[in-house]
Ligand binder design. Sequence first.
Ligand code: HAM
Length: 425
Amino acid sequence: MTQYQAIRGMNDILPEQVNTWQFIESALRTLAADYGYKEIRFPVIESLGLFKRTIGEVTDIVEKEMYAFQDRNGDWLALRPEGTAGCVRAAIEHGLLYNQQQKLWYMGPMFRHERPQKGRYRQFFQFGLEAFGYQGPDIDAEILLLTARLWRILGLENQVALQLNSLGSVEARAVYRQQLIQYYEQHLALLDEDSKRRLHSNPLRILDSKNPDMQALNQQAPKLSDCLDTESSQHFARLCSLLDAAKLPYTINPCLVRGLDYYNGTVFEWVTTALGAQGTVCAGGRYNGLVEQLGGKMTPGIGFALGLERLVILVEQFAKPDSSNNADIFIITVGDAAQTTGMVLAEQLRDALPAQKIALNLNEANLKNQMKRADKSGAAIAVILGEEEMQQQSVTIKYLREDKPQQVIAVSALIDFLKQGAANE
Ligand code: HAM
């Protein structure tokens, strides 16, 4: 019989890992709400044309990585490779951008047919956040401070570093583009195949090449910062001074151009050395023309997305959170009558101590085996209801992780006793 396996590059997330995911997801939800962002959900499938128009026809994503297909009606659709395009499409479609500012976030699976390796998958999860209607640079700074706060919450502040650049206005970039083409044409023999292919279609992406042989040539290339229009350089200078005032360290990386076409002005990446080749944990920037390009009114936009798998790897390696699903209290019952009492008691404890995880022994077993289960559950306390306890309407409290003597107390006093214990923790 065929043994089915997950599709290459698409991961099952097993219960033991889910704790870390939930820890990160809940930190993200809380943080986004604290900064005034509201959640938006949009489909996993969109028109193929949406991604071609926004991300750009000659980007790696659109050229090589899309899960594109024709559906039964013959319409060309695609699994979303990122969230910004769908978010902007949905916001325009529902009038969310009409004469108003919006701060939105989303979280969910994205799909790119890349070569899988550590930190790079074909289905991966992004958390993304987009702010519409803010010219900045104050919002640019606030978004970067939000991400810096996230690293502190997750315990990763020493693992990631911020790189910044400004791509300038569309016009300034057109001038720069010509300069770059001229420069690389003079050094045609030194270009690798990828760069030759990009020379006339997307020369800025050559700067971003990961090929070590291209580094020297790229370092010598004309700098985008020398071509910046006045407005973009003022915007960038103000952003840097806001970050300086907030004591957020960053490096200006003139080669940072990003792999999607919709950016202008500020772009940034948070990078780590702990993930090998896939070192970008969080990336984004400004896209002031995108809303208009999709048929909305001119609306400035800025945002970022972070890869949850990459964060999970980092958190597991550097900041293992204490977010296990262990029980706190395990109730052991011996005999039918004790089982009945135990079940009622468990519900009462769940009402009275909502912060505690209460586990009740299920599947009858002798005391010894139930004690083993209690130990395995991770609980700190076993509450034992045996025959003797039932006769005396009492319970025995046994400490499973501490060297303390066991105690017998009246059932009626149990809730207060446990509350006291929880308060003293
Ligand atoms: P991106 O740089 O393509 O930007 O992706 C953002 C992040 O998603 C990356 O930094 C990385 O952490 C994660 N990521 C990307 N591809 C993969 C993959 N194959 N496997 C695992 N993780 C991956 C965007 O997607 C833009 N929409 C970001 C943005 C939002 N810009 C403005 N607003």
